[in-house]
Write a protein that binds this ligand. Sequence first.
Ligand SMILES: [Cu+2]
Length: 138
Amino acid sequence: MDGMGHQDEMAIGEPGTAAEASRTIAVSMRETDDGAMVFEPSRIEVGARETVRLAITNDGETEHEFVMDGTGAIREHKALMEKFPEMEHADPNAVRLQPGESGEIVWTFGKAGDFEFACLIPGHYESGMHGPLVVTKN
Ligand SMILES: [Cu+2]
C-alpha cells in the first residue's frame, strides 16, 4: 500500500503493457435519445491475471469518463466528485474524454472478484453510466 490507495484498487490489478495484452475490448460511452447515459458493453468480463487493452471512445455529445475499481472505492470516488466536480483523475485506472475523443487503458487484472466501471461526472452514474466488471477464475 502506498498510503493513499484503497485495498480495492490493489485488488483490481495494475497497469499492463500493450505487448502483454491478449485482446482489445472496445467500450463506447454515449447519451441515448431518452435521456439516459450508457456504456456499451454494459458488462465487462475478464480473466484473473489477464492483460486487456480497453479501447474507449466517447461517442456522445458531452464529456464522459471511464473509471474502474472496487465498488467501495467507486462509491468514495463518486462522493468526492460530487464535492469537487472539476476534479481530474490522474489515476491509471481512469480516462476522461471529450466528445469524439478516444483513449485507452492497458490493464493487468488481479485475482478473481467483482468490480465496477463507471462515469463519475456528477449525475452520470445515476443516468446509467455504470456496469459490473467481473474478473473470473481462469
Ligand atoms: Cu459520463
